[in-house]
Design a protein around this ligand. Structure first.
Ligand code: OSB
Ligand code: MG
Length: 368
């Protein structure tokens, strides 16, 4: 297809409650949406970059800037563009995976809708629902954590992940085991520890967690291997996995017993599928991570997570985990399961009135 418009829409959507991690507190999601129009269809993609570069180097306004200045002119200049061309066309621009993923998603959505094909059918997945897990932020007290987790378990969530950081690790995990027994439980450190904390991290082994996610720094792949050799809890990498290449390195270095695949972090859904395929060949289980997505990204993640290698429960919760009002028809969770969308495209499009309510700015980019 030939694109004749790329629109960048910045949104600021309030979260139901603050989401606290070792890298900071989010009270809103500053989502960037990419909207493309072509001769055959329209498409929507969501950029998962946060408002500030605290989880990864990317941030929402930076993503908009690089798309406007560098990516859009290349894509608008193509006579024939397919989603599979987007990554190769942008490869010579370093980094900016989340920005690249967002434009690729928008083109893919348009292409699938032009072909009347669902993302699930494109991927060839057989499952029509995926199990739903929830990521729980750092709470003001252990009592409050127990209350919050009890609420999610009552709603039906099949797996609990809690955020940890030094001073909020052994005690909250121990309290959850005491209160809820052997529920499927895992922790996410978002790089808050170093190898000096090894005794403390080994202390967590007694709780038989499903995994510990990203204990060390992003580029400490080798050190994650050193750590993993000394823990019984599987080490799962999130921030460190930026591409098929870093996934291959992590697997070879035995640094990732498990991989959290986030399509945005690795440059798009197509690279996510390649990492999935490598993980399957290597016997490494994967699960689909989340970045507080609106329905646009959340629905697409549900289809990706239906691929067979996604053998662990992911961070795909319902829209109402984070939002009183999602910008699309909500993604629903029922009895612990999220439906894989079956409509043409990635699965959800923004509702115009809701978009207007949360819109901060809109940039229209036309062929030059
Ligand atoms: O590390 O997995 C993470 C949210 C924002 C940034 C990083 C992470 C997260 C989450 C939330 O844990 C996952 C979700 O969207 O449910
Ligand atoms: Mg994580």
């Amino acid at each position: 297809m030939k694109l004749h418009l790329i629109e960048l829409i910045q949104l600021r959507i309030p979260l139901l409650s603050p989401f606290v991690t070792s890298f900071g507190t989010q009270t809103h999601r500053d989502a960037l949406l990419v909207h493309v129009s072509s001769d055959s269809a329209e498409g929507w993609g969501e950029c998962v970059a946060l408002a500030a570069p605290v989880y990864s180097p990317e941030y929402a306004h930076g993503a908009a800037a690089i798309i406007e200045q560098f990516f859009a002119p290349v894509l608008l200049g193509q006579e024939q563009l397919s989603a599979a061309d987007v990554a190769p066309l942008l490869q010579h621009f370093y980094g900016h995976q989340m920005a690249k993923a967002a434009v690729e998603a928008a083109v893919l959505d348009a292409e699938l809708r032009a072909q009347q094909l669902s993302f699930a059918a494109f991927l060839g997945v057989e499952r029509d629902r995926v199990p739903s897990g929830v990521s729980v932020g750092i709470q003001a007290s252990i009592e409050r954590l127990v209350e919050v987790v009890a609420g999610y378990l009552a709603e039906g969530y099949q797996r609990i992940k809690i955020k940890i950081q030094p001073g909020w690790d052994v005690a909250p995990v121990s309290a959850l085991r005491a209160e809820f027994g052997d529920i499927p439980l895992q922790v996410d450190a978002n790089s808050a520890y170093t190898l000096d904390d090894i005794a403390l991290l080994r202390d967590l082994d007694q709780f038989e967690l499903l995994l510990i996610e990203q204990p060390l720094y992003e580029d400490d792949i080798r050190l994650h291997g050193v750590l993993a050799a000394q823990l019984t809890t599987p080490v799962c990498l999130d921030e460190s996995i930026l591409s098929l290449r870093s996934a291959a390195d992590a697997i070879a270095l035995r640094a990732a017993g498990v991989i959290n695949i986030k399509p945005g972090r690795v440059g798009g859904y197509l690279e996510a599928v390649r990492i999935h395929d490598l993980a399957v060949r290597s016997g490494v289980p994967v699960w689909c991570g989340g970045m507080l997505e609106t329905g646009v990204g959340r629905a697409a993640n549900a289809a990706l997570a239906a691929l067979p290698g996604f053998s662990m429960v992911g961070d795909i919760s319902a829209s109402d985990r984070f939002y009183a009002q999602d910008i699309t028809e909500p993604v629903l969770m029922q009895d612990g399961w999220i439906e894989v969308p079956s409509t043409p495209g990635l699965g959800r499009v923004p509702l115009p009135d809701v978009l207007a309510e949360f819109e901060v700015s809109r940039t229209r980019i036309l062929p030059g």
